[in-house]
Write a protein that binds this ligand. Structure first.
Ligand code: ADQ
Length: 489
């Protein structure tokens, strides 16, 4: 056992995701590298302690000259990162096209209009081809880094073909795949034209992980209904070969937030915000500006709340931070204008010369600002229409040990399964129900707030990112690769 632990302590983990944890920007002959924000990055930074980690992925820039590619590769090496280079057409067809226009909406139950979907089918074949080619490019880079004994962990819907490409290159390679989004009901999944090929590719992995038991069950039933394979409590069986499928709920690094609250910088910012919002309850939303996050629904619920509860006007404000993403996609531009229009209307209806009910920011915040905002908030509103997990709710809980604020949480987020007992669960499609939840959250007695918070805090501090990664990788280590099994037989 001890020897095994020692072996694991020095084991190399190759983490493969579409995006590297750093974004690169060119400055002449040099590269400016910035740590990118996001759930996956913060979660995986925790795993470093137990494994020697190497990251493989796209750096978010297209580099056309060999000199530039070499210098970027060199700069990234100092951060333990290895770049995959994609050309413009691949980024357009694989990333904007197949990943973001096909898989992302489908996995989040976002129905495209029949017209849009029909128009999309014309380019679907070439996008799918680009998707497979891009996955092969990732595989080539992984293979160039791979040493015997390494474990390879593939992430997310961008890389469903990667396990297959890797196993074709080396059947002995230990390969795991984890999905950060929901996996939809098989009734939704089976409308995808390439449904079988994608499932078969994922099934070549040794371990397949999801955030919740429901997503794992949806995946297994897609395999049984579409591929005719056998689903077992352990996973999916194909002619005696079992692919393990299980739930591994992600977490955050709570200490990072708890310690930040003790720093002078955050304390100073907390003071500033408190005096700025004095005499007012603060509600908060922190989301990427994405259609899955239910931002318009949240705003409409707040509007209805103000309409029905005039005694709360000028006594509560909503701070909504919405980081723009995928800004070149038409649907996202439409969402931005829709959100701006609703915010304008509500501020126009309920604002006064000295008070605006909604503070809406279209930008990302620095870590210390985010921590301070979480700490002074009375009610956090997470109204996702679908969300794999939702780490914002975890981060809020980590920062609320003093205030013990209320978490209003969509029942369609993965987090509803882990924080459901402490949060107030809502259906984001029911605007009236949400407006009542807002009122009840603002009026909740301290005793109840404490009880609910303690429940959530205990979960967030016990189910950390580190524990998530350790569990996944150690289970992956324990799987017996099919090729090994054949030699044992
Ligand atoms: P996301 O959809 O990005 O992640 P989430 O899990 O909430 O959603 O993580 C967002 C991260 O970005 C958080 O760490 C948050 O602090 C940060 N962030 C958001 N807005 C910010 C802002 N304005 N300024 C600074 N930082 C900001 C995907 C899935 C989720 C899943 C994660 C991890 O969609 O369902 O939980 O991956 O698996």
């Amino acid at each position: 056992e001890k020897g095994q632990q020692q072996q694991r302590a020095t084991q190399r983990l190759l983490v493969v995701a579409n995006r590297l944890p750093v974004s690169a920007q060119r400055d002449g002959d040099n590269w400016d590298l910035k740590l990118s924000a996001g759930g996956l990055v913060s979660a995986l930074l925790g795993v470093k302690q137990n494994f020697e980690t190497r990251w493989i992925g796209w750096a978010g820039v297209n580099v056309h000259d060999e000199k530039g590619r070499m210098s970027l590769t060199e700069s990234l090496a100092s951060k333990g990162c290895v770049p995959v280079f994609l050309d413009d057409d691949t980024v357009d067809q694989y990333y904007n096209g197949y990943c973001n226009n096909v898989l992302w909406p489908l996995f989040h139950y976002i129905g495209l209009s029949q017209e849009d979907r029909l128009a999309g089918t014309r380019s679907l074949d070439s996008q799918f081809m680009a998707y497979k080619n891009a996955n092969q490019l990732f595989a080539d880079v992984v293979f160039s880094q791979y040493q015997e004994g390494d474990v390879v962990w593939c992430h997310d819907y961008h890389l469903m073909f990667l396990p297959k490409c890797l196993k074709e290159m080396d059947p002995q390679m230990k390969v795991g795949w984890f999905l950060h989004t929901p996996f939809p009901s098989s009734e939704i999944y089976r409308t995808l034209p390439m449904r079988s090929e994608l499932l078969k590719a994922v099934l070549t992995a040794d371990l397949i992980g999801f955030h919740t038991y429901d997503y794992a069950r949806h995946f297994v039933s897609a395999c049984t209904r579409i591929l005719g394979l056998e689903g077992t409590p352990e996973g999916v069986e194909d002619q005696g070969k079992l692919t393990r499928v299980a739930a591994f709920p992600i977490g955050i690094d709570p200490e990072r937030f708890i310690q930040a609250l003790e720093t002078d910088l955050v304390k100073c910012h907390i003071k500033l915000l408190r005096s700025r919002f004095e005499g007012c309850k603060v509600m908060l939303g922190v989301d990427r500006l994405d259609m899955i996050k239910g931002i318009p629904q949240k705003l409409l619920a707040f509007e209805l709340f103000l309409e029905k509860n005039p005694e709360w006007r000028e006594k509560v404000l909503l701070v909504q931070i919405a980081v723009p993403t995928r800004t070149d996609v038409h649907e996202y531009q439409r969402l931005t204008s829709q959100v701006h229009e609703i915010v304008g209307r509500i501020n126009g209806r309920f604002g006064t010369l000295t008070f605006m009910p909604i503070h809406h920011l279209d930008r990302s915040l620095a870590f210390h600002q985010l921590c301070a905002l979480y700490a002074i908030t009375d009610v956090l509103l997470v109204t996702s229409l679908r969300d794999g997990m939702n780490l914002v709710s975890y981060e809020f809980v980590a920062c609320q040990n003093e205030k013990k604020g209320v978490l209003v949480l969509s029942e369609f987020s993965g987090a509803a399964q882990s924080l459901g007992a402490g949060a107030m669960l809502v259906n984001p499609w029911n605007i009236e129900e949400m407006s009542i939840a807002i009122r009840d959250a603002l009026n909740m007695p301290e005793m109840e707030r404490k009880e609910r918070h303690n429940h959530n805090f205990s979960h967030v501090t016990h189910h950390t990112a580190q524990a998530w990664a350790d569990t996944f990788v150690s289970e992956l280590n324990d799987t017996i690769v099919e090729a090994e099994l054949r030699t044992l037989r």
